[in-house]
Design a protein around this ligand. Structure first.
Ligand code: DGY
Length: 324
């Protein structure tokens, strides 16, 4: 194929962009800061051979059909795939690529940054100074929780969950995990979910969002946690019932929460979670380091290019397309 038509839904970081443009100088790149709206995307996708998208776009059967039967590849610059209807792509024989591995360390770092920030009340400390309240060193000022020697429970022990466990070793933490079929690693011990919630001082959510994990963290889940516990979510906002979390934090049923992800994103400014001092929320920054985003863009470009050349994607989430 000499001149495939490609749509890229945002200006991706340099290495990926350069690679796509080297192979396909005519790639159509959405230039705006904001992603295309649904209507714009449906219009743009028409007649495209390849799509490189982000986690901000919903890629479903309607969109694939709007593209037309020539659509050869969907490549997402993300590891999470909950925004793409994978069965719909598979049914149409379209390979879907993602970017696993390269963001594992950055996301685990972010989980630990949030864990420390919530435990030691860093955001409250920054606000305290900005609000002009710092008058003296006080023996009881903004006391928080210790990590050293505490128990960390990891829900979802895939690549990122394991990288969180690896970091916990440096804090002499005891690590428990709950994850069907995952082998132990980094001294972590497999337990059932109730045991994990009962015994953990910190709970890190590291499961993908699926129909099974939607609202896994609900009122019942939170009620099983220690009143001194800290919850960290770097997975997907939909894994957590935000109303239940608000109630648990407001009533001090748990000590604190730190969220990298919300549902929806962006979180509406009238979300009651934003009123809580014991809730830290950052705008989905898990993979937001220069190096990681560069690697993600490169991998996404490699998936796109391979798909357009009719080659197997380096990271394909629906390999069954190659069997048919
Ligand atoms: C992903 O790639 O799915 C991450 O959530 C981005 O940080």
């Amino acid at each position: 194929m000499s001149h495939p038509k490609i749509f890229i839904t945002r200006l991706i970081p340099g290495p990926g962009l350069a690679l796509v443009q080297k192979h396909f100088p005519n790639a159509d790149i959405w230039p705006a800061e904001m992603p295309p709206t649904r209507e714009q995307l449906l219009a743009k996708i028409r007649g495209m051979d390849g799509l490189l998208c982000l986690l901000t776009e919903r890629i479903d059967a309607e969109l694939m059909d709007a593209a037309g039967p020539q659509l050869k590849v969907i490549s997402s610059m993300s590891v999470g795939m909950d925004h793409i209807d994978i069965p719909a792509a598979t049914a149409r024989g379209i390979p879907v690529g993602n970017t696993p591995g390269v963001l594992t360390d950055a996301t685990a770092d972010q989980a630990f940054a949030l864990l420390l920030a919530a435990a030691r009340r860093l955001v409250e400390g920054v606000d305290y100074i900005r609000d002009g309240k710092w008058t003296t060193w006080h023996p009881q000022l903004l006391l928080g929780a210790d990590l050293t020697g505490a128990t960390l429970g990891i829900v979802g022990f895939g690549r990122i969950g394991q990288a969180v466990a690896k970091r916990a070793q440096g804090f002499d933490m005891q690590v428990l995990y709950h994850s069907p079929n995952a082998e132990p690693a980094y001294g972590a011990q497999a337990v059932d979910l109730d045991t994990l919630l009962r015994e953990s001082d910190f709970v890190s959510i590291n499961v993908p969002l699926t129909e099974k994990t939607r609202h896994l963290v609900n009122a019942e889940f939170l009620a099983k946690m220690k009143p001194t516990a800290v919850l960290v979510n770097t997975a997907r906002g939909g894994v957590l019932d935000q109303t239940a979390l608000y109630n648990a934090l407001k009533s001090n049923q748990i000590f604190a929460a730190a969220l990298d992800v919300t549902d929806p994103e962006p979180l509406p400014m009238d979300s009651p979670l934003l009123e809580l001092k014991n809730c830290i929320i950052v705008p989905h920054l898990g993979s937001a380091s220069y190096k990681t985003r560069n690697m993600m863009s490169k991998l996404a470009a490699e998936n796109l290019i391979a798909g357009l050349k009719g080659e197997r994607l380096p990271n394909c989430v629906n390999v069954s397309v190659y069997r048919s």
